[in-house]
Design a protein around this ligand. Structure first.
Ligand code: AMP
Ligand code: ZN
Length: 135
């Protein structure tokens, strides 16, 4: 399943140039053109899914396994000190390309990569509400 005018469909199919680190029947792994740090890469499935909400179950499992294998290898290649795996869903969460992808962002001691949040407080009322609605 491809979607017309989707840049990641075209990249995954090799129709638009990219720096590919890995490829198999399901995925292409490329270097991000706007890297947060040296070695920032993206795991992109060849089929089109808008994001995690509608990603095929089997591909979801394969994507995480691939992230594991790639980061285990790349951490030695890049000599980085850590890794963030990030995956954005919808605009409110920072998604800008609406074709599922996983970011693999190498981290280096002292880097200025800004991933984080201010810790809030788990309120009793919110906790109850979430648990009740989940039932
Ligand atoms: P997101 O904000 O999670 O949707 O991430 C989209 C990512 O795709 C950003 O980090 C962009 O830098 C990256 N990106 C956009 N176009 C390209 C491209 N042609 N090749 C490689 N990475 C791209
Ligand atoms: Zn697509």
């Amino acid at each position: 399943m491809k979607e017309e005018n989707c840049i990641f469909c075209k990249i995954a199919a090799g129709e638009i140039p990219s720096t590919a680190l890995y490829e198999d029947d399901d995925f292409r792994v490329i270097l991000d053109v706007g890297p947060a740090s040296k070695g920032h890469a993206l795991i992109i499935p060849k089929d089109h899914y808008r994001n995690l909400y509608d990603l095929d179950d089997e591909l979801a499992s394969k994507a995480l396994l691939l992230a594991k294998r790639m980061t285990v290898k790349l951490k030695d290649v890049l000599e980085c000190d850590g890794y963030n795996i990030i995956q954005n869903n919808e605009e409110a969460a920072g998604q800008t390309v609406f074709h599922f992808h996983m970011h693999m962002i190498p981290r280096y001691h002292g880097d200025k990569v800004g991933i984080g949040w201010h810790m809030g407080e788990l309120k009793e009322k919110e906790k109850e509400e979430i648990l009740n609605k989940l039932k």
